[in-house]
Design a protein around this ligand. Sequence first.
Ligand code: KG4
Ligand code: ZN
Length: 332
Amino acid sequence: MGIESSCDDTSAAILKNEAILSNITANQEIHAEWGGVVPELASRAHQQNIVPVVDAAIKKAGIQKEDIDSVAFTNGPGLMGSLLVGVSFAKAFSLAMDIPIIEVNHMQAHILAHFIEDNEKNKPNFPFLCLTVSGGHTQLVMVRDYLDMEVIGSTKDDAAGEAFDKTAKLLGLPYPGGPLIDKLAREGNPTAFTFTKPKVDGFDFSFSGLKTNVLQFLEREKRKNPNFISENLTDICASIQHTIVAILEEKLVAAARHFNCRELAIAGGVSANSGVRNMLLSLEKKKKMKVHIPRFEYCTDNAAMIAITGRYHYLNKDFASQAITPNARMKI
Ligand code: KG4
Ligand code: ZN
């Protein structure tokens, strides 16, 4: 069984070998009215959700709780209070059922979602380069083996998901704005407006400048036309998305060239974005790369990815002790 509770989704999944038997996620709607995730509300909602979510995952898998032979849980990175709920539940379940617990790194798990049996027939071959883009992280990772990964670039400030969510907020869209920008962008012209791309050395990223750039642009245009946003919403969304995707593409291509790696993957919540997915497909066409795009349900936070990562630790008999505590800043 896999348990995920690092941010605002409570999720449990049952895995048999590399196949997912169930993957149940409770989203927390409470945060939308605050315009972002409120950590204290998140941990309370996890406490309410965890038992019914686990129960539903076991029932959907068609098994008994006695059939489970280990519990993998997200130990970090994430929000401390949220992590605590999942870790405490995993420990209690392991004590009650007398089975081992397995510590999982959330960022590794996003990447290893590519190895779930039903995810795709054609799994990545090692080594491959993965662009992991979520609400909390933006990383370029060289994946040498299931549990042998190296971060070769990361964001210096905001994550790619934050760039979507924060610019969406400037447009008056509700949280989380990423999926809404994606939806509206489909109807707009991606080159209607130009936003500046940051200059960052190496394979690192920066997104906070884009937010300021969009803010200043909107203020300027609104002085000329108070209805500017509503009259141009789809074009603004398409142009923002175009810029974020271009920033990601530039670094991904540069790293692939530098490491002479022709096998690429994307992972994390922002890999659900149509612009990011199309960018990868275009690299396959233009540059003859082999690309891997996760199924939608394995892009945003889910316990299936925790369970598959747990499996590789399980095969190494890499179990955690009952003394383990969450690590909010856990590194790959
Ligand atoms: O991986 P994830 O579920 O949670 C974290 O670990 O952070 O990622 C959530 C992020 C949010 O910022 C959300 O706006 C973004 O992923 N996201 C998207 C899309 N779907 C989710 N951003 C752009 N387009 C999407 N379709
Ligand atoms: Zn995540």
